[in-house]
Design a protein around this ligand. Sequence first.
Ligand SMILES: Cc1ncc(COP(=O)(O)O)c(C=O)c1O
Length: 391
Amino acid sequence: MKYNFDLIIDRENTSCVKYDLRKEYFGKADVIPLWVADMDFETPDFIRQAIIKRAEHPIYGYGIKSDSWYQSIINWLDDRHRWSVAKNQISFSPGVVPGFTFAMLALTEPGDQIVVQPPVYFPFFNSVTDNGRILLHNELIENNNYYTIDFDDLEEKLRHPKTKILILSSPHNPVGRVWKKGELERMVDLCYANGAVLLSDEIHGDLILSGQTHIPTASLSPKAQEITVTFMAPSKTFNLAGMATSFLVIQNPELKAKYDEMLNALHLNGGNIFGALALEAAYENGGDWLDQLLNYIEENVDFTQDFLRKNIPRISFQKPEATYLLWLNCKSLQLSDEELRSFFVEKANLGLNGGIVFGPGGSGYMRLNVACPRAILKQALQNLSEAFRDH
Ligand SMILES: Cc1ncc(COP(=O)(O)O)c(C=O)c1O
């Protein structure tokens, strides 16, 4: 079956962040919203039908996670990532951000240090500081818009006796890297040698572009398995973020017991019945849809790169290895971060995330979400090009 990603769907007045918070976030309710990381494509029918069928049953009482829920995860990880996991290694979380926050609470004490690798998905920062832990920045190294890890700095930070966790974004949001086996192995080795736990946020792990392979960190080796807590979800892959449903794989029984104890202590183990159903329907039926989605996203990425090269060569980006997020280098415009944001909003009528919110290394960048029908992307790029005409 051929899915239609060109279809434009009106999302206004659905209480959604991306459209209905524009006035509040950008000061203008009509910017083309290419910011928060969800997609403007319709949810595939095999997920919608599962939800509708359940919604027609008139009682929405407490739910359980059935054997088929676990099995759908096990099959998906085996099929898409060649990773074999067992039911008793899977835990639930009502979202990946809550999940790594619970894990941090379970595995560290206030005052402990946690390493993150900016520029990075900014809730990593708040999750740490809101809970009285101390944030350490292992800033990525940028070379010609391509990012790598500063391993010497990472080692120094992990060596400190108060450092207990590395939070890894794999693939990395916003720089779009799919970490290679050697890079992952070095991070695992450094964490292992220094007694740190590696929280591997793999929420973008299904959104891999051509020529790349995502390796779940924990699948690397027994050593990796011992120290890694993996966070995954159908939310980015199938556009189900509003379902607040994700899961963890924890193969070290001691770490898993600590996580599960925290989740139970917070009384957040229940989830919601529609989220559970959506996950199962997505993983059972979603392979072909996902392959087609990835083709479409890749074409959007290529279209953007082509357009910028021809029309706005002052903005550049490295083609991402994963995700639908483009990390636009706007440094040659020589604008402050406030001016840059204002240029996009006021002159181009575009709502993007300013790079500065992603922490050190984010200044002078804008993050563009291209998970939208091509006609919207074309209009957005046209707007930008016209804004440059009068700049
Ligand atoms: C790296 C990363 N982790 C987590 C999330 C959000 O996870 P959730 O909505 O499940 O809390 C995002 C969303 O953009 C993300 O990019």
